[in-house]
Design a protein around this ligand. Structure first.
Ligand code: SF4
Length: 351
């Protein structure tokens, strides 16, 4: 068996697989066909490669393997949102969500098993960190949710958000490699402008995204515009102050010209006061942004409450008066714990 230490043909260097095919007496075009089957058609067993003769399929099965992600359970919300619990090769679990609306199918993808950021309002943050996902495990979530979207709506995914379990910028290389196959050929050929990476804000990595001249969108999970309140809510933010974050976002914008989205979770009495909105407006003067205000979704064991409707509207008005673009985002899938901050990789998904 030819494997790397994890055991997936897609994690091997491409020229190693190509060389192996040539050693079997195959023509070079076979490798191109194999890549097409792996990345565009998304096969997860060599028997599915129906254009290959059986003897070649058998040889591939004897020499290579997959660590495919499989769907362990699916739960459907009253609003049509689907939450999928994915099982990984080492029996770890992560969650992905398919959010269906009139003209969109958005996949929310996980990048880590657990998370180091420890955000106080988030179920994943409370569960600790186990490991990074390999890029093929990120890619597999996309292909599975893509098939689910076709089954439920008749159309493929329109958008992808890296907003599930984990901090994507702490597993950046794997995210980057998965995006290569999501947007490229061989691959799913989706437009990068349909992809958003959401981060709590790690300045050096945001600058790296700028240097990489990424074509996808950046969202910052912001939640407070002063350092002490922000680091209470997002322990990882203690390492980086808002000044460094602003510098990194400005750099990213200068390099990519992409607009940045600020995600702001409104927690009643914690970060939804007029002073908080005023501080947020000052921070957002630094670059072109769109602000999404998000309702807090209940998480078992956490004491936060959602901001009242009046306080939410007051918060929005203060920002609008400063000429900011501000939307109040409706949460989806709350009844199945599929909304923002509720994902935890629980095996009791059908409860
Ligand atoms: S909100 Fe995101 S970054 Fe924070 S703990 Fe949850 S998964 Fe991690």
């Amino acid at each position: 068996m030819i494997t790397d230490k994890i055991g997936d043909i897609r994690l091997l260097e491409r020229n190693r697989v190509e060389k192996w095919l040539i050693e079997q007496g195959e023509q070079r075009y076979r490798f191109r066909q194999l890549e097409e089957w792996l990345w565009t058609k998304g096969v997860r067993s060599f028997d599915e490669i129906t254009s290959f003769p059986k003897c070649l399929r058998d040889k591939l099965s004897q020499n290579f393997s997959f660590i495919s992600v499989s769907t362990y359970k699916i739960k459907e919300s009253k609003d049509g949102t689907l939450k999928s619990l994915f099982s990984l090769y080492d029996d770890e679990l992560v969650e992905g969500v398919l959010i269906i609306s009139n003209n969109r199918s958005t996949a929310c993808i996980s990048t880590q098993v657990g998370c180091k950021s420890g955000c106080k309002f988030c179920a994943t943050g409370q569960a600790g960190f186990k490991r990074n996902l390999h890029f093929v495990e990120i890619f597999d979530q996309v292909t599975i949710l893509n098939k689910l979207s076709v089954e439920h709506t008749g159309r493929p995914l329109s958008n992808i958000v890296f907003m599930g379990m984990g901090e994507p910028l702490l597993n950046y290389e794997a995210v980057k490699e998965s995006v290569k196959y999501i947007t490229g050929k061989p691959g799913l050929e989706m437009s990068p402008s349909r992809i958003t990476l959401s981060t709590v804000g790690i300045p050096e990595m945001i600058k790296k995204m700028g240097d990489d001249n990424v074509k996808y969108n950046l969202a910052i999970s912001f939640h407070a515009a002063n350092d002490s309140k922000r680091s209470e809510l997002i322990p990882l933010a203690k390492k980086y102050n808002l000044k460094e974050l602003a510098t990194a976002i400005k750099y990213f914008h200068k390099k990519t010209n992409n607009r940045i989205t600020i995600e702001y979770l409104l927690l009643g009495g914690v970060n939804d006061l007029p002073g908080d909105a005023a501080e947020l407006a000052i921070f957002c003067r630094n670059f072109p942004v769109k602000i999404n205000l998000i309702n807090f979704n209940p998480v078992k064991g956490l004491d936060f409450v959602n901001s009242s409707k009046e306080d939410t509207l007051r918060f929005q008005k203060i920002l609008k008066n400063k000429n900011m673009i501000v939307n109040i985002r409706r949460s989806r899938g709350i009844d199945i714990d599929a909304a923002c901050g509720q994902l935890a990789g629980k095996s009791n998904i059908t409860e």
